[in-house]
Design a protein around this ligand. Structure first.
Ligand SMILES: NC(=O)c1ccc[n+]([C@@H]2O[C@H](COP(=O)([O-])OP(=O)(O)OC[C@H]3O[C@@H](n4cnc5c(N)ncnc54)[C@H](O)[C@@H]3O)[C@@H](O)[C@H]2O)c1
Length: 448
């Protein structure tokens, strides 16, 4: 046996080249979006490194270890170049990207001023916004329409105008707007017909984020959801994505505490160490924190954060180790910290003969600094997926999400390392390269 698997290599997929401009349409021009745009421009001006971005920095091993082939991902798969990105956004708050970034307080004065001229050219288009879905927010830059279908039509017109005005070859849309209230799947989300009827009737189970996703897909634009809202995770919209040959991905950028959780938990499980409890609490003071202070928005976030441990630890298969652990997640709005979140984890674990031990994590992170490279990678990978003819849910992008969207009937894979492997094997598969199995017996003289 070899440590690659030639059988699954297959041929290279037909991938359209990444020629011309790629428009990145951001829903929400807050802390994450402005940090993302400022970072891309700073990299383009040679002032910064795109740290945290796989598309810019990661390499990929190809073939046998002895072949020593490990190109950068961006040299392996045809991705859009950073120079070819143009940005557009919608936000109910009329501040341009410079004013919004300044308010968000993520970047230093020096970093902000270095790209300030560029940021101030990005002004948000009027948003489809309804306060009943995001209680702790007000804004004046809002579209008006007789019903939700009319609002969708206005978004579609925005998309077409943006594309023409900026001479874009292709577009992608990323939801980086506030977390909406918790919504469950309902009949109105079942099919495209019921959904469109719901749009015309302004059905209350159709949140603004769904109107953006619908408009994007109808205009041939791939869509990623960076918040935990239901949004594109309903059959009506995933079916539409398949029918239109467009990729979609979600939900909720995996940053901060959940990133740590999906790094540590697989390690504990790999060593068959038990878990009695995991208490996670954090303080943050940005606008996202203010929105999440509303119990209905927090409920959406809580659902997204709580799922990960059950899926990673599989209590049903390991009742002795994980059958009865206590898991609690808290988010506390604490204005003095701004975007500088502090996340504490207390993990009560169990070792040999049942002896208890504890792990304490204190992660002093910057939320938007962790999220910005995710926005970049999602934009570039979704564009790649579209050019490669992949449509519907892109599970290989679950690496980037707290609450990955998966096909009906599948459980989501939360283990960061499996997700990472899946992402790279998908790229190998796209390019007709062999899958890596890490078996490697041939290096020790064993026969296949
Ligand atoms: N920063 C992270 O690490 C992280 C991680 C996971 C998820 N997220 C999610 O990403 C989203 C953005 O985070 P942020 O820190 O930039 O928040 P933010 O509050 O700074 O920005 C969100 C922006 O969205 C706008 N908005 C709200 N409803 C809108 C609508 N219907 N249409 C257009 N714009 C709308 C708001 O006015 C605001 O400017 C949030 O939902 C957050 O939960 C962030």
């Amino acid at each position: 046996m070899n440590d690659t698997n030639a059988g699954t290599g297959g041929g290279r997929r037909d991938i359209r080249p990444a020629r011309g401009k790629l428009g990145v349409l951001l829903v929400g021009l807050g802390a994450v979006s402005t940090t993302f745009i400022a970072g891309v421009e700073s990299v383009r001006r040679g002032r910064s490194r795109p740290i945290g971005s796989l598309t810019q920095l990661n390499t990929i091993r190809l073939g046998k270890r002895t072949e020593e082939r490990a190109p950068l991902l961006k040299d392996f798969v045809p991705l859009a170049d950073l120079e070819d990105l143009v940005f557009g956004a919608w936000d109910p708050i009329p501040d341009d990207a410079y004013a919004s970034a300044k308010l968000a307080g993520v970047l230093s004065h020096e970093d902000l001023e270095a790209v300030g001229d560029f940021l101030s050219t990005i002004r948000p288009m009027p948003a489809v916004f309804d306060k009943s879905y995001v209680k702790r927010l007000d804004g004046s830059n809002v579209k008006k329409g007789a019903d939700k279908m009319e609002l969708a039509e206005q978004l579609r017109a925005d998309i077409r105008e943006f594309k023409a005005e900026h001479g874009c070859d292709r577009l992608v849309m990323v939801w980086a707007a506030s977390t909406e209230i918790y919504l469950k799947r309902q009949d109105v989300h079942a099919t495209l017909e019921t959904f469109e009827e719901g749009l015309r009737a302004s059905h209350e189970a159709i949140a603004p984020s769904m109107i953006y996703a619908y408009a994007a897909l109808q205009e041939g634009v791939p869509f990623a959801n960076g918040a935990p809202n239901l949004t594109v995770d309903v059959p009506a919209l995933t079916d539409l994505a398949r029918a239109r040959g467009l990729p979609v991905a979600g939900k909720d950028f995996k940053t901060g505490q959940t990133l740590m959780k999906t790094i540590i938990a697989p390690g504990l499980k790999a060593r068959m160490l038990g878990l009695r409890g995991w208490f996670s609490t954090n303080i943050l003071g940005n606008r996202d924190g203010a929105v999440l202070d509303d119990p209905q928005s927090f409920k959406t976030k809580e659902e997204s954060k709580l799922g990960v441990l059950d899926y990673i630890l599989q209590p049903d298969m390991y009742p002795d180790l994980y059958g009865d652990f206590y898991h609690k997640v808290r988010i506390n709005y604490y204005p003095p910290r701004g975007d500088d979140k502090e996340g504490w984890d207390n993990i009560d674990i169990v070792g040999w003969m049942g002896y208890p031990m504890q792990i304490k994590v204190d992660f002093l992170c910057k939320d938007s600094i962790l999220a910005a490279p995710i926005v970049l990678d999602l934009a570039l990978f979704l564009d790649l997926a579209a050019r490669a003819g992949l449509s519907g849910i892109q599970e290989w992008l679950s690496f980037y999400f707290k609450s990955p969207q998966v096909a009906e009937g599948l459980y989501p894979e939360h283990d960061l390392f499996i997700q990472h492997w899946k992402l790279k094997n998908t790229l190998r598969w796209l390019m007709g390269e062999e899958q890596i199995t890490h078996l490697g017996m041939e290096y020790y003289g064993e026969q296949e």
